[in-house]
Design a binder for this molecule. Structure first.
Ligand code: C5P
Length: 211
């Protein structure tokens, strides 16, 4: 299969020296890219800034902002059989990025933020993508219920849900534990190394019937 994978955080600039971001390390997305390439798939990794090396044999498009990630996905999606959205995309960005460094002035500073496009949420509705669609859900409570809502709203074939409130797994960790939420069933993958989990997730994606 040709598989697109998004990974890492996004960076939303405030001015030339500052940005808003999140704690995503990109490890889960890169592990998925590695596992998929190892299984013989042709992989395109679209990633925000991380410290990780791009796995061998994987095509790579580096991006910074959610808007850049949106464009890169839009440009490549029609060629793909499957798409896995593991990036932690910023939901909001500063309404304007100042051209010059913002100087200290008052005691408080109010930032105005505007919504970023929902890349995964645009796949079925805007891009007309008919391939296998996989989302991720990072939740702190009601894991299965939130993941199921996401699955239905965004038209996914699978949502991989992880509980980011549990210490030692998930964000910025080498380990994770996930729930695989399919339209008709839920499977729990217990805590493991992200590379082992990535192999299991790719195997499950390979089993999803395609048109
Ligand atoms: O709705 P929520 O942001 O929690 O959904 C998470 C899923 O949606 C992840 O798969 C993430 O990569 C994707 N996403 C996206 N574009 C956004 C926000 C989230 O592709 N702007």
């Amino acid at each position: 299969m040709k598989i697109l994978i998004t990974a890492g955080p996004t960076r939303e600039p405030l001015d030339p020296v500052r940005y808003l971001t999140n704690r995503s390390s990109g490890k889960m997305g890169y592990a998925l890219a590695h596992a998929a390439a190892h299984d013989g798939h042709q992989v395109l990794l679209i990633s925000g800034p991380t410290d990780l090396d791009v796995p061998d044999g994987v095509d790579f498009i580096p991006v910074e902002t959610a808007a850049e990630m949106f464009e890169a996905v839009q440009d490549s999606l029609s060629r793909m059989d499957a798409a896995i959205f593991a990036a932690a995309v910023a939901d909001y960005r500063p309404a304007t990025a100042a051209e010059q460094k913002i100087k200290k002035s008052g005691e408080t500073l109010t930032l105005e933020l505007v919504r970023n496009p929902d890349i995964l949420g645009s796949c079925r509705s805007h891009f007309g993508f008919t391939g296998t669609l996989v989302g991720f859900a990072a939740e702190t409570e009601h894991l299965a219920a939130h993941a199921r809502t996401k699955l239905e709203k965004k038209g996914c074939d699978l949502v991989v849900a992880n509980d980011v409130s549990q210490p030692g797994i998930g964000f910025d960790s080498d380990r994770n534990a996930v729930l695989l939420v399919f339209p008709d069933r839920i499977e729990s993958l217990p805590e493991d190394d992200k590379h082992q989990l990535a192999h299991r997730i790719i195997q499950e994606i390979e089993k999803i019937p395609r048109d």
